[in-house]
Design a binder for this molecule. Sequence first.
Ligand SMILES: *Cc1c(COP(=O)(O)O)cnc(C)c1O
Length: 378
Amino acid sequence: MIPVSAKARLTVDLAALAENYRALCRLAPGAQVAGVVKADAYGLGVARVAEALHGAGCRSFFVATAEEGAALRAFLPPGSPALIYVLHGFAGASPRDLAAQALIPVLSTPGDIELLRAHAKAESRALPAALQADTGMNRLGLPPAFLEAGPDLAGVSPVLLMSHLASADEPDDPSNARQRERFRALKARFPGVRTSLANSAGILLGRSYHEDVVRPGIALYGGNPLPGRPSPVHTVVTLEAPILQIREAEPGETVGYGGTHRIEAPARLATLGIGYADGYLRSLGNRGRVMIGGHAAPVIGRVSMDLTVVDVTEIPESVARPGALAELFGPSLAVDEVAERAGTISYELLTRLGQRLARGYPPAPNKASPARRHGMRP
Ligand SMILES: *Cc1c(COP(=O)(O)O)cnc(C)c1O
């Protein structure tokens, strides 16, 4: 077997994830903190992420599709009362499919309301659903006017009224307050129904945005909801790759496909075993940087499918040597900085991490590891 140290690897710190969950609970006192775990928990692996969040006390989850919801249900402890909301409603799934896994549809179209009403009638009982209003994003949701007109909801038991903020990551954008006011006007029509408006960045907008349930995703996973400001959360994800080869390069030589980087002075180069197939985006060519033993090394030339070259001229030979690990992002290099250099956001960087990476999950807290049970320090 190939030793893991020879492969590019992704480490997900479940203890930090659980700590972030608790930090968000403190930031939104009085609100319930749901975990958004769509897209395989932003690429980190929903099985382990859901287990850790559940262990930290999370009892409401949001996924995008019914398939994601069914997978999540199986990863939660049997008999858990956790609520699972399906953001896409009945797209590609029937009310029967969702009910079989106790998944709650988020209804965003009159057609979805109609489907649930028909199913409720056939079952002769009211069925739970969330109602999503589009208060200004123009993406997914029912027009507030439609909901205010008192549509026929016979057989639908609304358990949550929700909406989504378009610009929560721009706290000074007046659209935030505008959406909040539209939402408030609407919720007056649904007394007794729990309400939800804020994603990660929305939590940081303050209490007037928290409503009853907040829906963080990226902040749980260590992304800074407001890049450029101090992060309220801990690093969760570390991406590392081994140095496969060190080489000397002379002035006039070029590096990589297309020779897009020209060597100006004698240089030492390190070739890393990671590329765009692993989610280290090609747009980081000649723009990214990595950390090796606490030293920064710039990416030079294009990122290729499986390899990336960095300049280690300034790093001691004892540190930048074959087999040493370079950090692509993690505790010494924020995922948000790397995303910005790549011309994107942390969300895209995380959800595009490749299947080839070796994935590791240090133990979650408040679950005694075998070492701890035997009184040893882990
Ligand atoms: C993805 C999503 C979230 C989570 O957003 P973050 O910015 O990752 O916190 C919350 N609500 C809805 C409707 C979403 O689609």
